[in-house]
Write a protein that binds this ligand. Sequence first.
Ligand code: ADP
Length: 492
Amino acid sequence: MDNQSSSKPLKILIVAAEVVPFAKVGGLADVAGALPIALRDMGHDVRVAMPKYGRIDNAKFNLKPIIEPFAVPMDGHSVDVDILEGSIAEHVPVYFIHNEHYFDREGIYSYPDDDERFILFCRAAVEMLKKLNWQPDIIHCNDWQTAIIPNWLKTIYKDDPFFAHTASLYTIHNLAYQGVFGQRVLEIAGIAEHGFVYPQIQDLAGVVDLMGRGILYADAINTVSETYAQEILTPEFGEKLDPLLRERQDRLFGILNGIDTELMNPKTDSYIAANFDAMNLEARAANKADLQKEGNLDPRPDVPVIGLISRLANQKGFDIMAPVMDSLLNLLDVQFVLLGTGDQYYHEMFGKLAAHYPGKAAVFLTFNASLAQKIYAGSDIFLMPSRFEPCGLGQMIAMRYGSIPAVRSTGGLADTVHDFSPTTGEGNGFAFTPYEPMALYATLVRALENYRYKDTWRKLQTRDMSADYSWDNSARKYVDVYRKAMSFQAQQ
Ligand code: ADP
């Protein structure tokens, strides 16, 4: 690639089913809301497309119709859609695709016609580009809801001159949700004649797996950390798509998500009791006292507090925590604070734990953004013993707030947390690999031991607080991968 093409600003369309601040279910929304701004700051022309769900308030976000309603082909007939324009930030337009029947509903997912809803959304997003006469260099698709677009670019739009120079990137945020439907979905999407594409994978032979199609047809593919990009090539992490991923591993990349470093800033955070930074770590003590008060914990500045904020789901490692919690709280001088919601089983498990250890364990079974900030700012150790973790944001936020992560070394946790060695002084947290209760316990004991050495601990905090987890870093890597996708596309 010559210098000129590698510095040329790109035209990028990001297509996502959720985007902060308009609609959020999970991490995808954070990425789709933050990445475009970082790309704009690098000089690219970046625009976003998402569905206009019923819950998105036109007036609040100042959404305006931009083109006449038009007919979008679907399932052998056509459906009318209209497009409203809003923005995430200056010069980052968001195109909201609206159809009363499919999108004027309270929720985002889990309707019986989700296949039709997201196929219509995608088709309208692609057709809209012609109406706007805006030819993107890259269409960046995310998760199963938009996985049909790379498939279309290689089938029904293959010979369309409008898309002759449009490449696609497909990002896997969560391999567990694949959008698996029956054969009918091919008719709905207008690609029935192209048939099934992976009879070699037994589980997928009789179904349409939209994520599988995104992987198979995109010019490039990425997931949200380098280690996870390697892990999903194996049957253990591949959720049955590992054979497909292995087939395409020459174009599979890992790019760590960033965090919103303006919002997640202990120096300015308005939710926490006392603002602080790496130069002024003494001020952090007031946050610990505040957290102990909030959780009815014994008000002791000297005792290490272990924090945990998480969806209460199997993925997050609670099965290896369960057998060691009693030893942890009985044998060690430590306090524990948990904030999370999810499986009823874990609600009961942690509810009992809190009742058993008053003054030592505090459990909040709710979703609470301000309390989360207080835990990041007031805990000493932040625990993430995940079974698997595509990226993980908690460990990066914790580091920014001077809470030292103790993690299982998997996916994005392996890429961001490196085990501390008191001998060499290297490392930024505490990490273990075997997914076993004793490995977790031993790691916490090591962290607590190091906590006793105040100078060591302070060095760790300073190191962690100065690490760069901003979106700028990730956006640069996305641009590299966009350009790779473009060159793969050009080679065909
Ligand atoms: P995942 O996306 O798998 O849930 P991540 O670590 O990537 O895990 O992101 C979780 C994010 O959600 C973090 O920012 C965390 O602080 C936040 N979070 C999780 N549970 C809660 C809760 N109960 N209350 C407030 N914030 C939460």
